[in-house]
Design a protein. Structure first.
Length: 130
């Protein structure tokens, strides 16, 4: 098995403490790279397993992120929803060296590229009452 090829994403300091940074990909949804209060860095697909909310807009606490849509708690280490909720979002391998954040290039190019964010149904047109 060959060692992974890594892609430089940013500096740790470029990710807000208790926040995230999005990484665009050629195919599939963005990847959200998170930084917690202990300067640990994690990467998940930027999609909540519940209704597809953008996890990059959630609140980071400890080793979790709260989805901004329905407040589901998602583990940053494994992408798993906390009980009693169920579901998982794909995680990506992260390496931090000398303050640089790296993601696995193969995972970026291939992992979860078939997933999409749910799209809301068509809006109903309201007609004014006569």
């Amino acid at each position: 098995m060959t060692a992974p090829a890594w892609t430089l994403i940013c500096r740790v300091d470029d990710i807000p403490v208790l926040g995230s940074r999005r990484v665009a990909r050629a195919a599939g949804l963005d990847v959200a790279v998170f930084r917690n209060a202990d300067d640990e860095v994690f990467a998940l697909l930027d999609r909540c397993p519940h209704k597809g909310g953008p996890l990059s807009q959630g609140i980071v606490f400890g080793r979790s992120v709260a989805c901004p849509l329905h407040n589901w708690t998602i583990g940053l280490c494994n992408g798993q929803a906390a009980a009693p909720d169920e579901g998982c979002t794909p995680r990506f391998a992260v390496k931090v060296e000398n303050g640089d954040v790296w993601l696995d290039a193969h995972e970026l190019a291939t992992q979860a590229t078939d997933l999409a964010r749910p799209i809301a149904g068509p809006a109903r047109r309201c007609t004014p009452a006569a």
